[in-house]
Write a protein that binds this ligand. Sequence first.
Ligand SMILES: Nc1ncnc2c1ncn2[C@@H]1O[C@H](COP(=O)(O)OP(=O)(O)O)[C@@H](O)[C@H]1O
Ligand SMILES: [Mg+2]
Length: 226
Amino acid sequence: MILEMHDICKDYPMGKTVTRVLKNVNLTVNEGDYLAIMGPSGSGKTTLMNIIGCLDVPTSGSYSLGGRDITACSAKELATVRNKEIGFVFQSFHLLPKLTALENVALPLLYGGMKKAQRLELARQALETVGLADRIDHRPDQLSGGQCQRVAIARAIVGKPKLLLADEPTGALDSASGAQVMELFQQLHEDSGATIIMITHDAGIARHAQMTRTIRDGILSGGVEV
Ligand SMILES: Nc1ncnc2c1ncn2[C@@H]1O[C@H](COP(=O)(O)OP(=O)(O)O)[C@@H](O)[C@H]1O
Ligand SMILES: [Mg+2]
């Protein structure tokens, strides 16, 4: 079992009151699962993704990832978990504009202290996996949105993380580029057995996953196999 959450709540102070944005979320994700979490804007998807990705901490509840108690980790330990075990894909790509595709993809490996030649070789391989072997020297402004997202996916997988997390990965793309990104997720899931959690407000996108859970008003529904 890779991920287990019990009774996760997240509160934000709003003036004198407190808003509960996640309400007793329970979630189990097994190795090799491809799960979509679907819900309308403002339902708590990004808040949940940030907690799953150890970018934020819950107000209460328990969370273990790969057998490690995340709620007991220090900030430094969380940074290591994020770097070694999780690959992130965001709606707006989050690529560094001055770096080439190859340099962007190699960047997460820098924190692991790997030699430059090896970093660049692994980055080249990841770009090949996403079908961009012929674009490695392009900067983000020389690539289309769909290509930028594929660079971001290469960056997410270059360190061979246990978990791939994507927040609205097709949200900024036209439908043809979005379909390519969905094909790529499918391929990663089938070929390398990647565990994927994808967050989306779009039912057509959620349908690509193996299973879907919906979140409404901070409450996560039971699982529905599709
Ligand atoms: N830092 C914050 N402080 C206060 N409220 C927040 C904060 N982040 C998110 N929220 C609120 O939590 C709710 C869920 O937000 P979010 O998780 O971003 O939703 P989604 O990604 O589904 O659109 C929204 O009502 C939002 O306004
Ligand atoms: Mg969001």
